[in-house]
Design a protein around this ligand. Sequence first.
Ligand SMILES: [Zn+2]
Length: 262
Amino acid sequence: MCPLGGRLLLGSGGRLTGRMVAHCLVVESADGLILVDTGLGTGDIADPGRLGRGFLTMVRPQLSLASTALHQLRALGHRPQDVRHIVLTHLDVDHAGGLADFPDARVHVLADELRAARARATRGERDRYRPVQWAHGPRWVEHGSGGESWYGFQAVRPLAEASSDLLLVPLPGHTRGHSGVAVRDGEGWLLHCGDAYFSHTDIDPGAGRRPPGLRAFQRMVAVDDRARLHNQERLRALRREHGAEVRLICAHDPDEFDRAAG
Ligand SMILES: [Zn+2]
């Protein structure tokens, strides 16, 4: 398993500041590569305007081709068609941008998320979901949110044939169909929590001060803030009770990314 990262800089207007990353994973399976999230893609670098003014103003992404998942995988010696599956935590603009760089992949996502992204029912959802990123017509595979129990969470096994060691773990709140992705990692598991939290200090209260502005930012962009807070509480309990078996990372924490990248 290998972390891939793009750079996002959260900050404008003084309230939100600090470095952020877009943390993706690539998993080598018997059935080819599996990509967990896609970050920003080459299409976003070529045409930043497609990301929308709201995202560009608030996040100020550092756009670089070398940071895209496509270029990082090429640097590791892989071809785009080696990516057989993409598993998405959700379809926000900073997670779905690389979809078109891997047109042959099956794209796994919770059905609630795909429905929300297609409907774009609110102003916030019109900002966060950018249909131009999936205008090429990905090979969607939609999944329900029920299934099997995993450390007290309801999990779905999206890739029966490819890997029994990868699970979608629904964590709604940030978006309607937001999900974590659990990947077997040696004897334990790595749970990519997407945007269920933004800083390791959210799930490890003893880890120090939370970056300023992040609490308000998370609340502002959540579609269901009660569900988001409830799921953060469950993740804190998971870390507390099973931290030796399950390592948690989120999409945007630079410290977690630096630790994973070694
Ligand atoms: Zn995000």
